[in-house]
Ligand binder design. Structure first.
Ligand code: NAD
Length: 509
């Protein structure tokens, strides 16, 4: 069963060398920083282990960049930005086209590294890179994206025009669950708009991001324009406080997003910080129940639920709907295969760490303690006792809004079912939830869909679409505590975020 994350499918074929081909990009035993176009020396630096979550083994180490390393990266970025930012639009667009080709033709290579460190399946990793390619494809249109406005004769003999210009150096801080796609959400627009970037990927899955930067630099991004520094919260903190950084783009959990937004803005930087989620899928009596059940299984269990747009709550309107959608979901859950992402037949892989796997299992225990009914228990799945950080899919019925499994972002393959009597009740749940990333309604009634779409306070809505991740030329972002700041990621909002506007009023005598 393919647990699709895309609502569209970029046309990129699966090409390129695999890590096992011994290609020149083979990822080694240490992942370093990538500053000024070279992999930085790794002497005397602090290191952290990087694990393969499918085996629990440490597969390599990643450097923890110090404040001095961060300073070197930002200084290099500032130096390199001046020439990059003043290149002609045509020349910069030509580089972005080459970048697109480099990423596209190394899609398998990138996917292999994602699978090894993140644990998702190879098909899912390919899907991730394809969604990232959409951001590059949008950025290739930079001459159009950067167009300004012109008004003739606004007053006697005066014309006014506006331009969009680069900010300078952008800091990008990204989560473990999309080591290629989320960086591309940010850097494709940041770079194409003429900025330099210092990118800090997650310490849990850093290598695909470094590889991405190497590929992009080899394709033509000038040395120093795209830098990667690795490390943990201390590295990220030094970056977001650095006076040479003009803007901070962040994706991660809500508490960190809030903190990053506050620190960045208090130090005078432009900031956008996307956080966590709790995505509801409402199913009404008019819905195609089998289609809804199939969609719920893909959206809840794909990538082991480690997606910010994963559906984690089905809200069934009426007990008959609940019983039939549960039956459809349970049937499909029996077919799900859990295992290492390298295995071709697997539907989803392990969670990222043992600690996170145990935390997810803890939500099943708390559900039981709080009176919910566990219909399928992932702790009883054969994979749970394997060496990697596996847990099977879980389905929990009779969940209420006061339970921990409902209130928290579980970020695992656990689907809660809340039973309500009316669309009013379903809408109230969605509205009262502090997260506002995505929500879906499955219905055959246009009036129900329209009401849901206009009354819910959610940034991305799916109508009979379970994971409504917007295509690359729209923008991605939630509301409420799923986003701090006022601009969404990629597409038009991305261009606005990574540029500043100048307005020129002109009079020639
Ligand atoms: P995380 O918040 O733990 O880490 C994200 C990044 O922040 C990492 O690079 C990490 O090193 C850094 N970081 C951690 N503590 C920091 C601090 N105190 N100051 C500065 N930086 C710090 O998130 P994660 O576990 O890597 O990713 C999963 C989370 O990301 C989930 O909550 C998920 O919903 C969210 N996410 C959101 C979106 C979205 O678009 N809204 C997309 C993907 C993931």
């Amino acid at each position: 069963m393919q647990l699709e994350m895309s609502i569209s499918d970029s046309a990129a074929p699966a090409l390129g060398k695999r890590v096992s081909d011994g290609g020149r990009y083979a990822v080694g035993s240490r992942t370093g920083n990538f500053i000024a176009g070279v992999t930085a020396e790794l002497k005397d630096c602090a290191l952290m282990p990087v694990q393969n979550p499918a085996t629990g083994e440490t597969i390599r180490e990643v450097v923890v960049a110090s404040a001095a390393d961060v300073d070197t990266a930002v200084t290099n970025a500032r130096l390199a930005q001046a020439a990059w930012g003043s290149m002609t639009l045509a020349a910069r667009a030509a580089v972005m086209y080459d970048v697109r080709e480099a990423v596209r033709s190394n899609i398998n290579l990138l996917a292999d590294v994602i699978v090894e460190e993140n644990g998702k399946t190879h098909a899912d990793a390919i899907g991730e890179v394809k969604r990232g390619l959409e951001s590059i494809e949008y950025a290739c249109a930079l001459p159009t994206n950067l167009e300004g406005a012109f008004s003739l004769n606004v007053a006697a003999g005066i014309d006014v025009h506006s331009t969009r210009e680069p900010l300078g150096v952008a800091a990008c801080i990204t989560p473990f669950n999309f080591p290629v796609m989320v960086p591309l959400w940010m850097i494709a627009n940041a770079l194409s708009c003429g900025n330099a970037v210092v990118l800090k990927p997650s310490e849990k899955a850093p290598s695909a991001t470094v590889l991405l930067a190497q590929l992009m630099t080899e394709a033509g991004i000038p040395a120093g324009v795209l830098n990667v520094i690795n490390g943990d919260a201390s590295t990220a903190d030094a970056l977001l406080r650095h006076p040479g950084v003009d803007a901070v783009s962040f994706v991660g959990s809500t508490p960190v997003a809030k903190h990053v937004y506050e620190v960045a803005t208090s130090t005078g930087k432009r900031a956008q910080a996307l956080g966590g989620a709790k995505n509801h899928m409402v199913v009404t009596a008019s819905a195609d129940i089998e289609a809804a059940a199939a969609a719920a299984v893909g959206a809840a269990f794909g990538a082991a639920g480690e997606r910010c747009m994963a559906v984690s709550v089905v809200v069934a309107v009426g007990n008959d709907v609940a019983d039939s959608v549960i039956a459809g979901i349970k049937n499909r859950m029996l077919e799900l295969r859990v295992g290492a992402g390298t295995e071709p037949e697997v539907d989803f892989g392990p969670l990222i760490t043992r600690e996170h796997r145990d935390r997810v299992a803890g939500y099943l225990k708390s559900s039981e303690d709080e009176g919910a009914k566990i219909l399928v228990d992932g702790r009883e799945h054969a994979s749970f006792s394997q060496d990697g950080y596996f847990i099977g899919p879980s389905l929990v019925d009779n969940v209420t809004a006061s339970m921990r499994v409902y209130k928290d972002e579980v970020f695992g393959p656990v689907l809660a079912v809340v039973r309500v009597d009316s669309l009013d009740e379903a809408l109230a749940l969605v509205k009262e939830n502090p997260f506002g990333n995505g929500a879906a309604i499955f219905t055959a009634e246009g009036a129900e869909a329209r009401r849901f779409q206009t009354e819910s306070n959610i940034g991305m809505i799916g109508v009979n679409v379970p994971i409504p991740v917007p295509v690359g030329w729209f923008s991605f972002g939630g509301w409420k505590s799923s986003l701090f700041g006022d601009s969404h990621m990629y597409g038009k909002d991305g261009v606005r975020f990574f540029t500043r506007q100048r307005v020129v009023s002109t009079r020639w005598a």
